[in-house]
Design a protein around this ligand. Structure first.
Ligand SMILES: Nc1ncnc2c1ncn2[C@@H]1O[C@H](COP(=O)(O)OP(=O)(O)OP(=O)(O)O)[C@@H](O)[C@H]1O
Length: 351
C-alpha cells in the first residue's frame, strides 16, 4: 500500500500540496481527482521520490522509495508519457530500464505484447503517436511486475479501444491484489474504473471515500414518476405526506422516498405509472459540486460553480469507510494469494 502522512510541498509562496494524509489500499482501483493545479502530479512525483516534500512522508509498503532495492519491482508508474529518449526503440527503452533494475530481458517482449506494441518494438520512439507513447509508458510501469502502480492520466491520447483496454487492465491488476492509484480528468471513465476516490483541491484533502458514497454524499438522488393521471398521483402522494415537485416534462420528482414505497403506493390506488425510476447524479456532477470552491483556473464560459440552492462543498474531508465497506469484488484480504501475474515465473525464481 501507499501511505501518506502530512505530505506537504511548497514552491516558493505556492502551497502545491497541503498536509495530505491518506492510504491507498491494495485490491481496488483508487481514483485520484482534483481540478487543474490541485496538486495531483506533485503528490505523485513525491510518491516516486522525484520531488522532495517540504514536510511529511510517503511510504511504499512501509518503506521510503529510496530504501527500495530495484524500485521498479515494487512500484511502476506512468507519469509523463513523452519523457522517453526519442532516438531509442521501444524495446531498447524498456531494456535499459530492465537492466538497471535487475529485471530479465525476457520481460521486455512480454510487456510489449501486453500493451500491443510488439509490431513496433524496433521502431524509434520519436515517431510514436501520443497513444503509442502512453502504451509504452504503461509497459514500463508493468516491467518489474510491481505490486504498486501509479498512472497519471493513463487514457490521455488513447482511442476508444485503448481506453477500454486500460480500464480492464487496471481492474485486473487490482483484482490480482495490487495497489492501483490513477488520476484522470475523464469522469465518465473514472466512474467505470475506480472503486475508491481520493479528491484534493488546492493541495488539501477533500474526500477519501468509496465511489458509491462519494456520489451519494455530493449529489442529489431522487425518484422520477410519470403517470397519465398526474393530478390524482399528486393527491395520493400529498395524502401520504410525500412532497413531490412537478417538472416541465410532466413528470414528478420525489426526494427521500424509496422507489419501492412509491410503487406500492401507486399500486394500492390503482394508478397507472409510465415511469418509476431512481435517479442518481453522475460522478462528474458530484465532483463539480464538491470542488466548485477550489477550482483554481476559471474559463470565461461554462465556469463551474455550485448550482443555486446547493450546499457549499464541505470544509472537512469526508471520512474513509472502514475496510469492511470497501467496494467492489476486487478487494483482496490479507490472505489473498499473490496472483500469478506477468513475470511471476522470474519473480519466483528470484526469491
Ligand atoms: N516545479 C514547480 N515549480 C513551481 N510551481 C509548481 C511546480 N510544479 C507544480 N507547481 C504548482 O503547484 C501547483 C500544483 O500543480 P500540479 O501540477 O501538481 O497540479 P495537478 O493537480 O497535477 O494539475 P493538472 O490537473 O493541471 O495536471 C500548481 O499551482 C502548480 O503551478
Amino acid at each position: 500500500m501507499i501511505e501518506l502522512d502530512g505530505l506537504t510541498k511548497h514552491y516558493g509562496d505556492t502551497v502545491a500540496v497541503d498536509d495530505l494524509t491518506f492510504t491507498v489500499r491494495p485490491g481496488i482501483v483508487t481514483g485520484f481527482l482534483g481540478p487543474n493545479g490541485a496538486g495531483k502530479s506533485t503528490t505523485m512525483r513525491m510518491m516516486l521520490d522525484l520531488d522532495n516534500p517540504t514536510s511529511g512522508t510517503v511510504r511504499i509498503d512501509g518503506r521510503h522509495y529510496r530504501q527500495l532495492q530495484d524500485p521498479l519491482t515494487y512500484i511502476g508508474a506512468l507519469l509523463e508519457a513523452k519523457a522517453v529518449h526519442g532516438g531509442r526503440s521501444a524495446a531498447n527503452h524498456l531494456l535499459c530500464l530492465a537492466q538497471s533494475n535487475g529485471i530479465p530481458r525476457s520481460r521486455v517482449a512480454e510487456v510489449l505484447d501486453t500493451v500491443g506494441l510488439s509490431s513496433v518494438a524496433k521502431k524509434r520512439v520519436k515517431g510514436f503517436s501520443l497513444g503509442m507513447n502512453q502504451r509504452l509508458g504503461i509497459a514500463a510501469a508493468l516491467l518489474g511486475d510491481p505490486q504498486v502502480l501509479l498512472f497519471d492520466e493513463p487514457v490521455n491520447g488513447l482511442d476508444p479501444e485503448g481506453i477500454h483496454w486500460i480500464r480492464n487492465l487496471m481492474k485486473n491488476l487490482a483484482a490480482q491484489g495490487r495497489t492501483v492509484f490513477v488520476s484522470s480528468h475523464l469522469m465518465s471513465e473514472m466512474a467505470l474504473t475506480a472503486d475508491h476516490l481520493v479528491v484534493i483541491g488546492q493541495g488539501r484533502l477533500m474526500a477519501d471515500t468509496s465511489m458509491k458514497d462519494f456520489i451519494h454524499q455530493n449529489s442529489r438522488s431522487y425518484v422520477r414518476m410519470r403517470s397519465p393521471e398526474r393530478e390524482r398521483l399528486l393527491g395520493v402522494l400529498r395524502d401520504a405526506g410525500i412532497h413531490a415537485v412537478a417538472v416541465g416534462d410532466g413528470s414528478l420528482e420525489i426526494d427521500g422516498v424509496p422507489a419501492e414505497r412509491l410503487g406500492e403506493l401507486a399500486t394500492a390506488h390503482n394508478l397507472v405509472l409510465h415511469e418509476l425510476s431512481p435517479q442518481q447524479a453522475s460522478l462528474e456532477e458530484a465532483f463539480m459540486r464538491l470542488t466548485a470552491g477550489s477550482v483554481e483556473y476559471h474559463a470565461h464560459d461554462g465556469e463551474p460553480h455550485a448550482a443555486p440552492g446547493r450546499p457549499p462543498w464541505p470544509s472537512q474531508p469526508q471520512q474513509p469507510p472502514q475496510p469492511a465497506q470497501s467496494p467492489g469484488p476486487a478487494v483482496a484480504g490479507p490472505d489473498t494469494p499473490r496472483a500469478a501475474g506477468w513475470g511471476a515465473d522470474w519473480r519466483e525464481k528470484r526469491s
